[in-house]
Write a protein that binds this ligand. Structure first.
Ligand code: SF4
Length: 471
């Protein structure tokens, strides 16, 4: 009871009141929290998760501006893993784990298999800005890097250089697609000793044997370096065991996306995208995330079978796929639901979950091929075709959003090519958007999204259909 009292003390103001009411309506929510396994080998008890959340929510005023659904199974555990990331990383480091900075679209398997903790500093920093409700990390980073640095890079840079997170090293795999990563990681070198893996691009789109053998050398070099850091003699078995674990995680995300495309949409856009975001680094703990996603997906399955729509999702919503780079301003996901649409698919930087990593064959070679085929790093035309193939496998998509981050020349250059291919091949309407820091320019975006959604709806009416079914 003391814990519950403590939780209520953290809740003040109108939005906090609505959070209290939603908890009161479902008083068992807190007892539904499950204990989680952890990469450290020690269990994270349910009571600790609950206790942490009561305190962390108090320090996260930014979260109270969103409509979230704490009643979906696994959501409390997911929020805990998000908000406790810095504390958990500190503990892991004290236990001897080494934390390695990576770029979002680098497969995490290589880092965890080598006995290290993979961390996407950009996702971490964005989560921090969203939770605190202020953008100081990005604005300060821009002051030091460049005024037009991408907001994710700028915020990640500040989080590392200000000691909010500690990296033992960084080892991103970089190609010409991201304009800021090289510069951003390089600028941290005075603080953190780092390495770069080179990911060749074969512009013929065929991934020649030269590209493959180059990539294989890079993969082996990375495994050896990380193994030295963690003290692990990394074997093929370590790699395969990690592939198997992370394949489960990827499978859950694919199932979640599939469930979002049923007649009953089980999650609001925001809860769905939060689950997808974590594919960047599994919030530093794949075993904990595996259990969390299993609970979340199970809860979504039950909602679909019982016909329970996600909180805020309207009847017969317009179903959208988001591609490019997902909006970092989480408020936009609530807005899209309010406008009668819902995001049911995501093909962004975290799209590594679309395919499993094969357990057959030499795992180093498998990993090298995987790196070469990361969809985010394909040439614009290949990426467009890849997206079309995936859209064709989806059940319902009525339109496509392609978002570009301010300062990201890569996305801006790709946007038109990719959306033209999607329009030509599927006939789906596409909207290219540009976003920057959380909480900025929402009014203008709302107007554009409203017009886009209305256009799709009226087109559906003209065709006397419900909403378009992608062919
Ligand atoms: S949005 Fe663009 S600049 Fe920013 S991390 Fe992604 S690819 Fe790099």
């Amino acid at each position: 009871m003391r814990l519950f009292d403590r939780l209520l003390k953290t809740i003040r103001g109108p939005s906090r009141l609505s959070f209290a009411i939603s908890l009161a309506k479902s008083p068992l929510t807190m007892f539904k929290i499950k204990s989680l396994p952890s990469i450290t080998g020690r269990k994270i008890p349910a009571l600790r998760i609950f206790y942490f959340l009561t305190l962390a929510l108090k320090k996260s005023p930014g979260l109270f501006q969103f409509r979230l659904d704490p009643t979906i199974g696994g959501f409390s555990e997911l929020t805990f893993l998000l908000l406790s990331l810095d504390l958990r990383l500190d503990k892991m480091r004290k236990k001897g784990f080494r934390v390695v900075g990576k770029w979002p679209a680098n497969p995490t398997d290589i880092y965890f298999a080598a006995g290290c903790i993979a961390l996407d500093p950009f996702l971490f920093a964005y989560c921090r800005m969203i939770a605190t409700g202020e953008n100081m990390l990005a604005t300060r980073g821009r002051g030091e890097l460049a005024v037009d640095a991408c907001p994710a890079q700028a915020a990640g840079y500040t989080a590392v250089t200000q000691g909010i997170i500690t990296l033992d090293t960084f080892y991103p795999f970089i190609g010409p697609w991201c304009y800021d990563s090289q510069y951003c990681f390089e600028a941290m070198r005075y603080l953190v000793e780092g390495h770069f893996g080179e990911q060749p691009i074969d512009f013929s789109g065929k991934n020649s044997e030269e590209a493959f053998s180059y990539m294989l050398t890079e993969v082996k070099k990375c495994v050896e370096t990380l193994g030295r850091l963690s003290g692990r003699q990394v074997t093929a078995e370590h790699l395969k065991a990690e592939f198997a674990l992370e394949n489960k995680l990827r499978g859950y995300l694919r199932e979640l996306m599939d469930l979002m495309q049923r007649k009953t949409v089980p999650l609001g856009s925001l809860e769905f995208i939060m689950a997808i975001f974590i594919a960047s680094d599994w919030l530093a703990d794949p075993p904990a995330m595996e259990k969390t996603l299993s609970i979340l997906v199970d809860s979504a399955r039950k909602r679909v079978s019982r016909g329970v729509q996600g909180k805020g999702v309207s009847e017969n919503p317009i179903r959208l796929l988001i591609t490019g780079i997902a909006w970092g301003d989480l408020g936009l996901y609530n807005i899209i639901d309010d406008l009668g649409a819902v995001i049911v698919g995501s093909e962004c930087v975290q799209n590594l979950f679309y395919e499993d990593i094969s357990l057959a064959g030499d795992p180093f070679e498998v990993l090298a091929r995987r790196f070469l085929e990361v969809p985010y790093t394909l040439t614009a035309e290949a990426r467009g075709r890849w997206t079309v193939e995936n859209i064709r496998k989806m059940k319902y998509i009525d339109g496509v959003l392609f978002n570009c981050n301010f300062g990201c020349n890569y996305q801006t250059t790709e946007a038109r090519i990719v959306t033209d291919i999607i329009k030509k091949e599927t006939g789906l309407p596409c909207l290219v958007t540009n976003t920057d820091l959380p909480n900025e320019g929402r009014g203008q975006m709302r107007t554009r999204l409203e017009a886009f959604i209305e256009m799709i709806r009226s087109k559906a009416k003209c065709n006397q259909g419900t909403v378009a079914k992608c062919k």
